[in-house]
Design a protein around this ligand. Structure first.
Ligand code: ADP
Ligand code: MG
Length: 704
């Protein structure tokens, strides 16, 4: 174990139908056609697809694959796949052939009726299509089922509406590509042909022992604990973050890395996180649509490998109350096909102006659409993180660092930025604008949207969520800001003056969104309110943002979503929220009635018996009496809270699906869940560990 050598360069990408494989296996002409499709979006003809399909099949079979699947991202939040074997109908000889046609490669027809569509489609109109996203490479996944050729696809309804996350993501990539190129051309760039968002998603997760996990119905059904008192020790010593990785975890991480490398995910960084039993994995950034797929592969791999190591991987945003939750940092930048990062501050004055325009456009976009960005990170689990006791807050703000903020302040106050805070490190660029150094300022872990040198880091995303939505929003809102800037600048007689004025205008008008202070503090909440920034505390309050007139206009302008698609997505979100809370409430009811209450009754009986025998012996039983009274009172509180929760959950489930139902779960059922939890957590501190019916927080997070 652990000692056998791994040759990373050999195994990396060995199960990916990547460029090298395609170049080796495909006829030159076919390879060229495919490249055209990948790079320029040219349509793929069936003849070409047939050849590719055949070669892909041969290659996959060599890797042990018996099946293929169109692998897609429906609106369930998890990936979907239906496996088809390569076998053809039996021949007269009774034998079969292994076949895979171009048609099967580029198009699939899964029954769409069981996937969320938010009313876009009646259930009898079940037809849905998956279409090959050839920009994200196919791969062979090896697992207990053998090996499967996974073909990343987009998923649409019969009438062409997107039923997935991939389709709008690809649309938003086209929008940001087009508007970024417009902007680059204004600054004299004639060589770049494509601009693609680059994304690196840092994934946080918890590991717990599988045997203990299986004794907790809340973990099984809800993915998080619904009861549990804090152990004597939490994360207060800060001894877990970056701590030495324990051997059991190290062995797990090693296998995760190998699995990820094989399918071309460049797992790079791993460390212990703040909370006990919490860890992080970050791959090297890549094109956003691949990053979205890779993040799904990362989450699936973490779960699969954890099971193989006798553990369970918890991806929930808040598996344990009172202990830090998990998020996913979405690092985002804009990179041209010839390697220019538009978010790189750069060295020449010319590029600095461009950078400052890009930067202020992003400020404008984030300020104008803070509600949309917030919504893109909305998830039932994230309600426990955002705006709760830990950060980031539910308020969107942008961290620029002292240096950049100072540059913008100079621009705003005097119209000219002539110097930098870090004495002498910056030189003046164009007469009015300074040269900017790479981020020289301290980090700010409390900001939800932080500039970190040459990228923005969006830190609100939940650990379990796909990163598709945040990136769809980012791509589209920035595309609009670029488009509006280009509309002005393309008409300008004096470009230098016009661009300078525009940067100043954007910086001035969007000052409110910039905040470099402590985002976790109470003062910031008040200050943000004074500035008029939205503070959207919960998922149900966030959802309406995607159907405002402002949002519909934005997304329709860039063909990312139609109004109907947005409305359907809002509906799906409400349903998802209602279902998640319903499951949690019912799990609590189940655990309380079948596990906790019987245990408490048993305990009170034992106590009462003890009291009787103490008294019979003529001794003083007043201390035992005190405990019995305390436990009995909490038992009564439990019973009452349980009755209320049962009633409210039934009432909620009886409501018509949609905003009203979701809001009722939020406003009535969630507090009732908290009311049931409170006495039980108190009892956990009183009652014998022997009779407690499940592993405690301490057992779960300190004894992995
Ligand atoms: P941190 O120190 O913030 O935790 P990590 O190194 O863990 O940073 O993760 C940073 C992530 O950002 C990685 O996935 C990395 O590949 C990614 N990243 C780095 N540069 C860029 C960039 N220009 N655009 C997008 N992502 C980037
Ligand atoms: Mg990190």
């Amino acid at each position: 174990m652990g000692t056998e050598l791994i040759n990373v360069t050999d195994i990396f990408g060995e199960n990916v139908f990547n460029d090298t494989v395609m170049q080796e296996r495909l006829p030159k002409k076919i390879y060229k056609n495919l490249k055209k499709t990948i790079e320029e979006g040219k349509e793929l003809d069936l003849e070409t697809a047939d050849v590719i399909a055949h070669e892909m099949k041969e290659w996959a079979i060599e890797k042990g694959a018996t099946h293929y699947t169109h692998w897609f991202l429906p609106l369930t939040g998890v990936t979907a796949e239906k496996h088809d074997s390569f076998i053809s109908a039996p021949l007269p000889s009774g034998k079969v052939l292994m076949s895979f046609s171009g048609k099967e490669l580029i198009k699939g027809e899964p029954d769409a009726s069981s996937f969320p569509s938010g009313g876009l489609r009646a259930t009898f109109e079940a037809r849905g299509y998956t279409a090959w996203d050839c920009t994200s490479p196919a791969f062979v996944r090896q697992d207990a089922s053998g090996a499967v050729l996974c073909i990343p696809t987009a998923f649409c309804s019969y009438t062409g509406e997107a039923l997935d996350q991939k389709t709008p993501l690809l649309r938003s990539m086209e929008a940001i590509d087009k508007e970024s190129l417009r902007l680059l051309r204004l600054f004299g760039n004639t060589t770049s042909r494509k601009v693609t968002p680059s994304v690196g998603a840092e994934q946080e997760y918890f590991l717990v022992d599988a045997e203990k996990f299986l004794q907790r119905k809340d973990l099984i059904y809800a993915g998080r604990t619904l009861f549990g008192a804090m152990p004597p020790k939490g994360q207060e010593l800060d001894d877990h973050y970056f701590g030495t990785i324990r051997q059991r975890i190290a062995a797990f991480m090693r296998d995760v890395n190998i699995e990820l490398w094989k399918v071309g995910v460049s797992a790079k960084t791993q460390h212990n996180e703040v909370a006990p039993a919490q860890h992080e994995l970050a791959p090297i950034y890549t094109k956003v649509n691949i990053a979205v797929d890779h993040n799904q592969i990362v989450m699936q791999t973490l779960k699969r490998v954890a099971s193989q190591h006798g553990m369970k991987c918890l991806l929930h945003e808040k598996p344990f109350a009172g202990v830090n939750g998990s998020g996913k940092h979405n690092n985002w930048s804009l990179v041209t096909d010839d390697g220019i990062n538009m978010l790189e501050p750069g060295k020449t004055p010319h590029e600095n102006t461009q950078f400052l325009l890009v930067l202020t456009c992003i400020l404008k976009a984030v300020n104008q659409y803070a509600d949309l960005l917030r919504e893109s990170a909305a998830d039932p689990g994230n309600d426990h993180r955002l705006g709760a006791n830990e950060a980031p807050p539910a308020i969107i703000s942008v961290f620029l660092g002292e240096q950049l903020e100072d540059v913008l302040e100079q621009l705003i106050s005097t119209g000219e930025a002539t110097h930098s805070l870090k004495g002498g490190t910056l030189q003046t660029g164009v007469t009015t604008l300074p040269d900017l150094y790479k981020d020289a300022t301290d980090r700010n872990r409390t900001s939800p949207f932080a500039f970190t040198g040459n990228k923005f880091e969006f830190r609100m995303v939940g650990s379990r969520d796909s990163i598709a939505n945040p990136n769809i929003v980012l791509n589209t809102i920035v595309a609009e800001a670029f488009a509006e800037a280009c509309d002005v600048l393309e008409q300008a007689d004096d470009f230098d003056k016009a661009v300078h004025d525009l940067i100043k205008e954007y910086a001035t008008e969007n000052q409110a969104i910039v905040f470099n202070g402590n985002g976790y503090s109470e003062e910031w909440v008040k200050e943000a309110e004074r500035r008029g920034l939205p503070n959207i505390k919960s998922m149900v309050e966030a959802i309406p943002a995607i159907t405002t007139e402002k949002a519909v206009k934005l997304f329709e302008r860039f063909n990312v979503f139609t109004r109907a698609e947005l409305e359907s997505r809002a509906e799906i979100q409400y349903e998802a929220y209602a279902k998640a809370i319903n499951i949690e409430a019912r799990t609590m009811i189940d655990m309380a009635s079948k596990q906790f209450v019987p245990a408490f009754i048993g305990y009170t009986k034992t106590l009462a018996d003890t009291i009787n025998s103490v008294k019979a012996a003529g001794a003083d039983a007043s201390v035992q009496m005190e405990i019995l009274n305390e436990v009995s009172a909490l038992l009564k509180e439990t019973k009452e809270a349980l009755q209320i929760l049962v009633k409210l959950t039934e009432e909620a489930a009886g409501k018509e699906e949609g905003p009203e139902q979701a809001n009722f779960y939020h406003s009535d059922v969630v507090p009732a869940m908290e009311a049931l939890r409170a006495p039980i957590d108190k009892l956990e501190m009183i009652i014998d560990k022997e009779v407690w019916p499940m592993p405690s927080y301490g057992d779960l997070i300190f004894e992995v």
